[in-house]
Design a protein around this ligand. Structure first.
Ligand SMILES: Cc1cc2nc3c(=O)[nH]c(=O)nc-3n(C[C@H](O)[C@H](O)[C@H](O)COP(=O)(O)O)c2cc1C
Length: 183
């Protein structure tokens, strides 16, 4: 499958096949593709707490989720918490791009997953404070989001998207770039 197909076939599943575990090779491929993401100064601020195939960490991540998310995410064999290092590693300065970089990491992971028939769903509905406490995440790290991955047990269901004219501008902010005429 090419990249375009992987992107067009991606959606955030909420129903997962709990009988189809992820192999360590599959997980390594997901994470290896994700870590190829660009980042400010190549500082790669992303870190993960990884719960796999219903292990103890999986159970602990479930505890941090909102009741709504916990209900569906319990069937996803992979659960993770994405954590950003707040300062650069090479100097004592806040990395203002850390969330952007971690978002790119997460995006790459999604595309790789889709290419393999695996789907993921991000979760803002969780307690970063509880995750920090349970996993002893130091203060120099920011707890960003939780996410679930696994083989979907539901049909393809992609959400609508804004048109290009709604977010691509020319001349000044708010003036649509006319994609039909090329300007
Ligand atoms: C940062 C972030 C937080 C999200 N939080 C939740 C969540 O708490 N619960 C949930 O069911 N979906 C959550 N989502 C999934 C979005 O609702 C979903 O990506 C969006 O509706 C677009 O759908 P699609 O990914 O299928 O294209 C989150 C997605 C992101 C990127």
């Amino acid at each position: 499958m090419d990249v375009r197909k992987a992107i067009l076939n991606r959606w955030s599943a909420r129903k997962y096949d709990r009988n189809r575990l992820l192999s360590i090779d599959e997980v390594k491929t997901l994470l290896d593709s994700a870590r190829r993401a660009p980042s400010s100064y190549n500082d790669q601020p992303w870190h993960l707490i990884l719960g796999l195939n219903f292990d103890e960490t999986h159970g602990k991540i479930l505890e941090t989720l909102s009741p709504y998310n916990r209900e569906w995410a319990k069937d996803a064999p992979m659960l993770a918490i994405l954590v950003a290092r707040v300062k650069y590693t090479f100097e004592d300065r806040i990395n203002p791009a850390r969330q952007l970089d971690c978002g790119t990491f997460w995006g790459f992971l999604n595309v790789q997953a889709s290419e393999m028939g695996i789907m993921c769903r991000g979760m803002g509905g969780f307690s970063p404070d509880l995750a920090r406490e349970i996993f002893e995440i130091p203060g120099e790290y920011e707890v960003l989001m939780a996410f679930a991955c696994g083989y979907p047990k539901e049909d393809f269901n992609q959400k609508p998207r804004k048109s290009l004219e709604e977010f691509v501008f020319r001349g000044r902010f708010g003036e649509p770039f006319d994609m039909e005429s090329g300007g």
